[in-house]
Write a protein that binds this ligand. Structure first.
Ligand SMILES: [Zn+2]
Length: 310
């Protein structure tokens, strides 16, 4: 059963903003690290999503990336799978390399560097999520698991009782879920919708660099490699870095979305987008594209565009 939105992984806003800033300004080492970690985590979720899509089940509801709050504490659930009597709360980790456990501490093999325990994170999430379910008077069992999705991950000294699904077990785990799923009712759908309605759009803990319009490099960024695109003819743009090509309309509209993400309080006007995209020399062309894809709010020389309501 599919319930929209949250039926597939969504990049957190922090990642969306960093993805957009990354080619446009110099990020500090910590900011870059944060960007790479978020990006890697998101790729892990996509990989898990693809595996689920390859083994679809009509008798369960899968939700991704819920940012919830319980007792004034924010927590994120990477994926929730709602079955007839059980809710699987999944923490998806895209860890790569060799790790080992010693007591309740997790370390990287070689460097011996301690990492934040995914188990503690899982337990914290379970505790907070249970409180939410209690408040909603939902009496279902929660089964929390850490899903290690990266094929190049190894964990030494892991106790057999660790609630972890290792890369070699993920497919079997999904098959087992499907085999045990029974018909869902309106209660399950209601619960899923309720949880979606409780999702927080923005985290109070996001660590974004401060940025201003004049600091950022203008242009249309490439979707695949973060270089900038330039026009090769009237209808196409091409990336000098990786050769990726896209229609001018599409590139401009992606840039409008980025502009709006980075500067939600600035008005979208022809002049503004002409300046933001840089490489489209004709203002008339920009106006045509905006008129085609957006709604014009007429107000003389202060006219601006808004996204069309779907
Ligand atoms: Zn490229």
């Amino acid at each position: 059963m599919t319930i929209i939105p949250h039926n597939k992984p969504m990049p957190p806003k922090e990642l969306q903003i960093l993805t957009s800033l990354h080619p446009r300004m110099k990020l500090s080492t910590t900011e870059k690290q944060n960007y790479e970690n978020l990006h890697k985590g998101f790729l892990g979720e996509l990989k898990f999503y693809d595996l689920l899509c390859n083994h679809p089940s009509t008798n369960q509801i899968t939700l991704f990336d819920l940012l919830l709050e319980s007792n004034n504490t924010e927590f994120q659930i990477d994926s929730l799978i709602i079955n007839q009597n059980t809710i699987f709360s999944l923490e998806i980790k895209n860890f790569e390399g060799d790790f080992y456990l010693e007591g309740d501490k997790w370390y990287v093999v070689g460097s011996g560097k301690e990492i934040r325990s995914p188990l503690l994170q899982l337990q914290r999430t379970e505790y907070l999520f249970k409180q939410i379910l209690q408040k909603l008077h939902v009496n279902m069992t929660i089964k929390p698991y850490i899903i290690f999705i990266n094929d190049d991950f190894t964990l030494y000294q892991a106790p057999i009782a660790l609630p972890a699904i290792f890369p070699t077990q993920v497919k079997r785990f999904i098959n087992k879920l499907n085999a045990n799923s029974r018909k869902l009712t309106a209660h399950h759908t209601k619960l899923a919708k309720k949880l979606i309605s409780m999702h927080l759009e923005e985290s109070a803990h996001s660590r974004l660099p401060s940025y201003e319009y004049h600091q950022l490099q203008k242009g249309i960024t490439c979707r695949t490699c973060s270089e900038f695109l330039s026009p090769i003819n009237k209808i196409k743009l091409k990336c000098q870095g990786c050769g990726y090509e896209e229609a001018v309309d599409y590139g401009v509209m992606r840039s409008v979305a980025e502009f709006n993400l980075l500067f939600p309080n600035k008005k979208i006007t022809t002049s503004q987008i002409h300046e933001w995209c840089v490489v489209i020399s004709s203002k008339r062309r920009i106006r045509e594209i905006l008129l085609r894809h957006m709604t014009l709010i007429r107000n003389g020389r202060y006219s601006y565009y808004v996204f069309k309501k779907i």
